[in-house]
Design a protein around this ligand. Structure first.
Ligand SMILES: [Zn+2]
Length: 319
């Protein structure tokens, strides 16, 4: 090879490397919304719309319990509500809480303890008579978990919205058994891991302790990783902050830490997964708005943000 061309190739390669190491990484924000399977409300939909606007119209990944469709008297507007909430570019994914009605429709024997909120057999009561929302998923055998996952998927697919291969466990309790079940059912991403220290407050003290056993090493800065044991190519996408358990200041701190991480390693994406809930959107979603307003006043952080869904974030992790 003539020397001049060889030199040019080396220079071009160096230039490519250098541009890659100066800004190829982004702060990848994944806004996620858990629908618990209790009740849907128009006030919640308004709060969800307002939150999306504060995130520049970001796509939302909706983790939806199928229990809205398994109640003794299902809300006849549930499909329409969900269809209205899931916008083009959003992702619809499975959220599993072991509601008694969902277990029954799935053909498995409902387990009514322990509660992940108390560790006892005292389950949260609901006006419509359904229960099981707070049952620890690990109480179910693998085969029953798989049956509830399959039923959840087919009930959500009945809305004619596409259902992704992402998953979030009720109570964030994606134990090894739950991960094995979702892997066996063809899911590719779990987004249940979260910082137990954040949950260890007030009435949910027991849940914090339970989560410490399931996610002992996860904190609010934890980055996605591959789960290899028994579960092949599952990607775990940890949740950095949950609106119900975080202050706006804590959410801003998550972004500051993400920015510091990006500056330390500019060619690598830094992921920030945020979560809120349909049932409590009216009370807690408003914490996300002020947090984002503060982040926007910091152009060095704001300019690095890009918004995506759970499945697309997992693709960025794989490549
Ligand atoms: Zn949930």
């Amino acid at each position: 090879m003539p020397k001049r061309i060889g030199t040019w190739l080396v220079a071009a390669a160096l230039a490519a490397c250098s541009s890659h190491s100066h800004g190829a990484g982004r702060i990848v924000v994944v806004l996620t919304l858990d629908w618990e399977g209790a009740t849907m409300s128009s006030d919640a939909l308004d709060a969800i719309d307002a939150t999306r606007k504060r995130f520049s119209g970001a796509p939302i990944t909706h983790f939806v319990s199928a229990a809205y469709f398994t109640k003794a008297t299902p809300d006849p507007t549930a499909t329409d509500t969900l269809t209205a909430a899931v916008h083009t570019g959003d992702e619809l994914a499975v959220h599993l809480h072991a509601w008694r009605s969902l277990a029954t429709v799935s053909g498995v024997t409902p387990r009514l303890s322990p509660s992940f909120l108390t560790g006892t057999d005292q389950l949260l009561p609901f006006d419509d008579g359904d229960t099981g929302f707070d049952v620890d998923l690990d109480a179910y055998p693998l085969v029953d978990l798989r049956a509830m996952l399959r039923t959840s998927r087919s009930l959500l697919e009945a809305t004619h919205l596409p259902v992704s291969k992402s998953f979030r466990a009720g109570g964030y309790l994606a134990t090894p058994k739950v991960l094995e079940a979702i892997h066996d059912e063809g899911f590719t991403v779990d987004s249940s891991a979260t910082d137990f220290r954040r949950i260890n407050i007030g009435k949910d003290e027991f849940l914090g302790k339970r989560l410490q056993k399931v996610w002992p090493t996860i904190d609010s800065g934890s980055q996605p990783y591959r789960i290899t044991e028994k579960t092949g190519e599952l990607i775990e996408l940890p949740i950095a902050a949950i609106a119900d358990y975080s202050t706006a200041a804590q959410i801003v701190a998550v972004f500051e830490a993400a920015h510091a991480k990006l500056r330390a390693s500019p060619s690598h994406d830094v992921f920030v997964v945020l979560a809120f809930h349909e049932e409590t959107a009216v009370d807690f979603a408003e914490r996300l708005g002020p947090a984002m307003a503060t982040v926007r006043t910091r152009p060095e952080i704001a300019d690095e943000l890009t918004y995506t869904t759970v499945q697309q974030a997992a693709e960025r992790v794989r490549h």
